[in-house]
Design a protein around this ligand. Structure first.
Ligand code: IYR
Length: 224
């Protein structure tokens, strides 16, 4: 392989099989305890933990290594309140104004979600993930990015995993449409909102739906 990057030895951490087995199961068991949370505590969370989760998210693979994402961190109460009001306005239109197609409403029925999103104000932090269709170089033409959705989706997954692994809860919230986030947060034209993640501790009396995950047999196909 040749390219403009200098190549360096890969400091890969290899484990004996028994250690691999322990780590594989331990990570699965940790991640299988993760739940999306809609009832949060207002207990403060030091910014450090948000920083660490974003650093982890930003290790995700990305098309042409462009890392086409920006994680906008909101801790200010007035800004959180503005985001809640704008999100609820859109969601109210979805749920009560007839904007959600019947099939979508039916799919959400078992979750019991509605347009009210009080947690957007309760949580210590909101993290808004933006995808960058182009990278602004500052000089000259914007640089087109590749596989943006795939890259940002992987970063979002690592973000969720990092938060759960450190003992914080989140929710992948996608108020629709999300353009208000670009406006309220004053983001540049090369960015589009990808998702909104309230981050904090679950409320002490937090309840979650008794979901079952698909079994391995249902999601894995061994072909050949
Ligand atoms: N964005 C809405 C609706 C919603 C859509 C899906 I797909 C969900 O899994 C959950 C909710 C809301 O947040 O209520």
């Amino acid at each position: 392989m040749s390219g403009e990057y200098v190549s360096v030895p890969y400091e890969f951490q290899r484990y004996p099989l028994d250690v691999m087995a322990e780590r594989a199961t331990a990570f699965y068991e940790t991640m299988n305890r993760r739940r999306s949370v809609r009832e949060f505590s207002d207990e403060p969370v030091p910014r450090h933990f948000i920083d660490e989760a974003i650093k982890t998210a930003s290790t995700a693979p990305s098309g042409a290594h462009r890392q086409p994402w920006a994680f906008v961190v909101v801790g200010d109460s007035a800004l959180k309140a503005r985001i809640r009001v704008a999100a609820e306005k859109e969601e109210r239109e979805n749920y009560e104004g007839g904007r959600l197609p019947d099939s979508w409403r039916a799919a959400l029925g078992p979750l019991g979600t509605d347009w009210m999103k009080p947690y957007l104000e309760t949580v210590p932090w909101l993290v808004v993930l933006f995808e960058q269709r182009y990278t602004l170089t500052g000089d000259g033409d914007p640089l087109k990015n590749y596989y943006v959705k795939e890259s940002v989706g992987m970063a979002a997954g690592l973000f969720v995993a990092a938060l759960h692994n450190m003992g914080l809860a989140t929710l992948t919230h996608t108020p629709s449409p999300m353009a208000f986030l670009t406006r309220i947060l004053g983001r540049p034209g090369n960015e589009r909102p990808f998702g909104l993640f309230p981050v904090g501790y679950p409320a002490p009396d937090c309840r979650v739906p008794d979901l079952r995950r698909k079994s391995l047999d249902e999601v894995m196909v061994v072909s050949g």
